[in-house]
Design a protein around this ligand. Structure first.
Ligand code: COA
Length: 137
């Protein structure tokens, strides 16, 4: 297993992983163009994992100068339950810690089981406005 920074040529493989996990409902926030923007954002950490010489998963999140948050993680179904998701969470946590973060949150649309297993506690509920114009009127 090798974890490294995302490069734009990974985008199509990540789209296939998201589709395989039924996580590709919003291409405008998770598709190749959005991935390129995240890649260019200095606040973001965007990591991919390779196994068997192919990209099989990724994780991405941001550090705001104090706190960090993970927004999405995905491991190809053929490679789940082998410790890859845990390794991605550990690596992004290490990166955020090195940048100065003392806390790490995660936005979880689905099951909590994995996140509890890797060390998160459920505290608050996160509320969501998408599209952002729901707030702007
Ligand atoms: C959630 C996900 C990223 C976990 O990746 P993974 O590589 O399968 O996880 P790991 O193998 O590292 O699992 C770490 C631990 O969590 C457990 N675990 C994994 N998925 C779990 C689940 N859905 N429910 C409960 N426990 C789970 C594993 O059994 C393992 O426990 P152990 O250390 O006691 O053996 C992956 O299953 C996935 O991409 N799922 C679909 C998309 C998704 O839900 N993403 C998260 C929301 S953004």
């Amino acid at each position: 297993m090798r974890i490294r920074d995302f490069v734009p040529s990974d985008a199509q493989q990540l789209v296939e992983i998201l589709k395989a996990n039924q996580q590709y409902g919003h291409p405008e926030i998770d598709g190749p163009e959005a991935m390129s923007k995240v890649h260019q954002c200095r606040a973001a950490e965007f990591l991919v994992v390779e196994e068997d010489y192919r990209v099989v998963g990724f994780i991405r999140g941001v550090y705001d100068g104090s706190r960090a948050i993970i927004h999405i993680a995905s491991v190809h179904p053929d490679y789940q339950r082998r410790g890859i998701g845990r390794a991605l969470v550990r690596e992004i946590a290490e990166r955020f810690k090195q940048r100065g973060a003392s806390s790490l949150a995660v936005t979880v649309p689905g099951e909590l089981g994995f996140w509890k297993k890797v060390g998160f506690r459920q505290t608050t509920r996160i509320m969501f406005a998408y599209p952002i114009d729901d707030i702007l009127g």
